[in-house]
Design a protein around this ligand. Structure first.
Ligand SMILES: C[S@@+](CC[C@H](N)C(=O)[O-])C[C@H]1O[C@@H](n2cnc3c(N)ncnc32)[C@H](O)[C@@H]1O
Length: 280
């Protein structure tokens, strides 16, 4: 073989090897990228399944200031919103009612004012919030309110036990809303009502922008001053912003089996009452 031919031959050989190496490297890169993508996808999925780990601690730490902050930040509108929930309840007398994420017990106490003979079972996973609820219940004339420290996903009651379930300002902290709605459905008697109050964004854009200004700038500042917990009141606007639009949330309720689902925006849409009942 001439020198020129041997150079060409070697060049072709190395080139072939290089091509082979390139293909192998590209294949490896592709494989690594795909594995990372699959791992990230799985991680995202498994994160979706898990509830936010800091919620319980956050409420434990702001409990002592919760009522004051609620009244101040909502300009006392929260009382009116809970009253609307109570007016929408359709009860006849001594039914069992479940109040999920009861906090300091305001929903239960409002229900008892209108329906003094119903049995209300309050659950919340924050011990400090429930301690305050117990103090308020003890100071009230109502004796048919029980409280239990429990997770909303793991209710210590039998299925088909409640004639109505209420949840005020709790569901936006829940990641797997669909699962919680199904849990509540399971614990309601056929025809039992579900009433959910939640902070929402006004749908009128001008109002929404004004509200966001208050919500993102002023509210965290006031919250920080009163509760000394800056994280909680930075988290609050974000949790409201990421709550699904009312139509989407109502679809979630329907998908969980609820019928007659409707929603009522209040105070320009900054709070919405969602209502539905368990199908027979
Ligand atoms: C914003 S407070 C609302 C309290 C009360 N319902 C009211 O109207 O003022 C939310 C409450 O939900 C509770 N909470 C959040 N996620 C919960 C869960 N998975 N199980 C039980 N309680 C939960 C918190 O501990 C907190 O007390």
């Amino acid at each position: 073989m001439s020198h020129a031919m041997s150079v060409k031959h070697n060049y072709l050989k190395t080139n072939n090897i290089n091509n082979g190496e390139d293909i192998f490297r590209k294949f490896l890169n592709h494989l690594v990228i795909n594995i990372i993508f699959i791992l990230m996808h799985d991680l995202r999925l498994s994160m979706d399944k898990h509830e936010l780990p800091f919620i319980q601690d956050m409420f434990e730490s702001i409990a002592h200031r919760y009522d004051l902050l609620n009244r101040t930040l909502s300009l006392k509108q929260d009382i009116m919103w809970r009253n609307k929930l109570v007016q929408t309840l359709d009860l006849s007398g001594n039914e069992n009612i479940l109040d999920v994420a009861s906090g300091t017990g305001d929903v239960a106490l409002s229900i008892c004012q209108q329906y003094p003979s119903v049995h209300i079972h309050c659950i919340d996973f924050s011990f400090n919030m429930l301690r305050l609820a117990n103090q308020k219940i003890k100071a009230s004339p109502h004796t048919l309110i029980n409280t239990a420290c429990a997770d909303a996903f793991d209710l210590p009651y039998p299925s088909e036990y409640f004639h109505a379930a209420t949840m005020a300002f709790g569901i936006r902290n829940v990641v797997n809303k669909q699962k919680l709605l199904r849990t509540l459905y399971h614990h309601l008697v056929p025809g039992g009502q579900l009433l959910i109050l939640e902070l929402t964004l006004p749908e009128i854009i001008v109002l929404q922008n004004l509200y966001l200004l208050y919500f993102k700038k002023l509210l965290p500042m006031i919250g920080r001053m009163i509760s000394k917990n800056s994280f909680a009141y930075d988290y609050l606007p974000n949790s409201v912003i990421s709550f699904p639009p009312s139509l989407d949330f109502s679809k979630m309720m329907k998908a969980s089996g609820f019928k007659g689902v409707k929603w009522l925006p209040m105070t320009g849409g900054i709070c919405t009452l969602f209502v539905g009942s368990r199908a027979d």
